[in-house]
Design a protein around this ligand. Sequence first.
Ligand code: PMV
Length: 340
Amino acid sequence: MVLLLKHNMPNPRMDMKKTAQAPSNIAFVKYWGKKDEKLRLPANANISMNLSNLNTVTTVEFDPSLKTDAVSITDNQEEKAISKVVRHLDRIRNVAHISLYAKVISRNNFPSSTGLSSSASSFAALTLAASCSAGLSLNEKELSIMARLGSGSACRSIPDGFTEWLEGEDTNSSYAVSLLPASHFDIVDIVAIVSNEKKEIPTTEGHALAQTSPFYQTRLTHIKSKIIQCKKFLHKKNFTALGELIEKEALEMHAIMITSSPPLIYWLPTTVSLMKQVQTWRKTGLECYFTINTGQDIHIICRSKDKERVKEKLQSIKEVKRIIVNIASKGAHLISDHLF
Ligand code: PMV
């Protein structure tokens, strides 16, 4: 991967403009808390499913005529978000040994900062598009490591289908692998957007508080066995056992958040109301389970045969602003439709 290039000279292998599409993902066993803040090494391994209808598309072009990076992100022109992208471009420039600036345009097809993991899809798409545009041909493991440095859960949006982020001990051993292809299990993730309000505490700040919960160490003592169980249920397509694990795990992570100092309460009243309704629907024979990340929106996991019934229930709730149905999907990939 070592390319010796003159300062600011385009790499002859650079194919200037590249566009990547990457999915967001939903964790079945969550990443909450880091054992290395700077390297974004997670305190525990974690497992997720890539989501077919929550996507980011990003076009990157390193351009000798630019005097600075020119970054545009849908619904987020905050300085903080832009500088995270620029820092990521710096990582890629470092590896590619170039110092050219880049034009970046990034579009999500869903709202950011409401708990739908837009940073996962964004940094996975950015990593693939920018590394290819810089002339690098990183393999899946290298892409996943690079994406992790931008935003932890982005490493899981690189490989296909159902993925595991291996906890690792250093930067080279902490990356995601595909456990099973998307076609393995026809489960559906129905997202109910309950508000477009951005969350008050960004996820990065939340991770740093995990240690302050008196229950955090207890979580870490049983998380390895949870990972083993989750993999077993996925392999065997045991939906009931998997769904119960997913819902309990979401509640456990939020128990850590709620008992942190200061406490983190990401839910809105509608989020709680939906959690309770999912449990009621289940009691009345509609088998579905919820999970929630750092935000107010809720993911409902069901089998594809029950998808329409869950959708109908959600459509009748006036607080639900939008419903997005996802199946498992492939990971980050290049596409030919550029955004500029
Ligand atoms: O990758 P980050 O820093 O956005 O953290 C993700 C944290 C959760 O979404 C709450 C859990 C997870 O594993 O996706």
